[in-house]
Design a protein around this ligand. Structure first.
Ligand code: ADP
Ligand code: MG
Length: 400
């Protein structure tokens, strides 16, 4: 039995017409001799009646925050509705489909509601269904805790479901179907002429996903990489080849930068390193932030001043901590962290200088930079991020 996992995102299952295209992809896999396992997300995006955010808007935010188990149950409904409707449409085309909850597909998690970790996947039920010649249609984004509660795997979690099942079933490949042609050199909503990346390695695409390209969940990449199962990102709406993600990537690519991503809602914090009245020095403050679950990045340490960024949602907590420690700080809100990703930039001189020059020519003020061997980060104000990315993209990524 050659198993293939096909995951369809929210926009792919949002209407009857779109679901007809999904059925074509499933039929084509069957025709090619595969036994498909279908994974679905909730139908549509915010505003659509059964989309995750629409369902969440039915309960009060306070109730949600204090009843994570209840909010998981509500969020899980989106995928449950989707799996039954998709099965209905498949059955109408004489495909014997079996709708399943994440737990019935064997995904067992801890009970960290809203962001559960997977403890194990028991694929026996799926194997039985596949062996009987039927097509399992699994509700993505959800699992079952050991004590029987429905849990969710974090936003974008249907991608994680697909990789988990692919890994448990030792699938030939995992296909992630969405509303764009594959992994592009930038978000096509930001850069109109972003190009398709046809082959890319797990490591590079992980970096893309981790640094804001929401086209695939970073954990889905990690899980597929560990099992060495090829991932393919494709467009439900056409027959474009898509992006193949594997260990090798594209060895012919000579571009220094593969692509550009952004993370919004960053707040830059600057404070003096002079010891405050409680003798709390810089490393202690970092410890205190970590203890309070505030993650920081772009950390620059200078003799007199330290700079880092935090997510906007943590700012109130940060401010309260600073006040209690008597820390003086200044801040810049509404910043975006732009990441330029490329495995060939390691040891190549002048890349950062070129980036700064491009941004200077566009009169874009760079608030901070950092680099690792395959990523360069620039912090800019969010209202300038789109022009910054377009300028960088046309100079550095357009020779594909
Ligand atoms: P789905 O509902 O199918 O999971 P998502 O909205 O999660 O779809 O992901 C697809 C979206 O990711 C695209 O519509 C696109 O705007 C966005 N995106 C961001 N960065 C990239 C990128 N580098 N390549 C392709 N798409 C990207
Ligand atoms: Mg997604």
């Amino acid at each position: 039995m050659k198993v293939i996992v096909q995951k369809f995102g929210g926009t792919s299952v949002s209407s009857k017409e779109r679901r007809a295209l999904v059925i074509e992809k499933v039929l084509s896999a069957i025709k090619d001799g595969f036994s498909p396992v279908v994974v679905v997300s909730a139908m549509g995006r915010k505003g659509d009646p059964y989309a995750t955010d629409t369902l969440l808007s039915l309960i009060d935010i306070d109730f949600k925050n204090h009843n994570l188990q209840a909010s998981d149950l509500l969020m899980g409904c989106g995928e449950i509705i989707s799996t039954v409707i998709m099965s209905n449409d498949l059955n109408k085309k004489s495909i014997d489909a079996v709708p399943l909850l994440g737990g019935q597909a064997g995904i067992i998690t801890d009970n960290e509601f809203n962001n559960a970790s997977v403890l194990r996947v028991d694929a026996n039920n799926l194997i039985k269904i596949l062996k009987s010649g039927k097509i399992p249609v699994v509700a993505g984004f959800q699992g079952l805790s050991e004590d029987g509660f429905l849990t969710t795997l974090g936003r974008g979690g249907s991608d994680v479901t697909a990789s988990l099942l692919g890994s448990a079933l030792n699938a030939e490949r995992v296909e992630i179907y969405t509303d764009v042609d594959g992994i592009m050199t930038a978000d096509p909503r930001v850069v109109k002429d972003a190009a398709l990346i046809e082959e890319i390695s797990y490591t590079e695409v992980f970096q893309f996903a981790d640094q804001g390209a929401k086209v695939i969940h970073p954990r889905a990449v990690e899980i597929a990489a560990r099992a060495n199962i090829p991932l393919v990102v494709k467009n439900t709406l056409n027959n474009c080849v898509g992006t193949l993600i594997n260990n090798i990537g594209n060895t012919n690519n000579t571009n220094v930068i593969d692509g550009i991503t952004q993370i919004d809602n960053r707040t830059q914090i600057k404070f003096s390193t002079k010891v405050n009245k409680d003798n709390i020095n810089y490393p202690d403050i970092l410890d205190i932030l970590a203890e309070n679950n505030i993650s920081i990045d772009l950390i620059n340490v200078f003799p007199e001043e330290n700079i880092f960024t935090i997510d906007k949602k943590d700012f109130k907590k940060f401010d309260a901590i600073s006040k209690s420690l008597n820390l003086n700080y200044t801040y810049e809100e509404d910043c975006s962290k732009i990441s330029l990703i490329g495995s060939r930039m390691a040891g190549k001189p002048g890349v950062m200088a070129k980036i700064i020059k491009i941004l200077r020519n566009e009169k874009i003020n760079v608030l901070q930079t950092a680099d690792s061997h395959e990523t360069i980060w620039c912090l800019v104000k969010t209202n300038l991020a789109s022009s910054a990315i377009n300028a960088l993209h046309s100079e550095l990524c357009s020779c594909k």
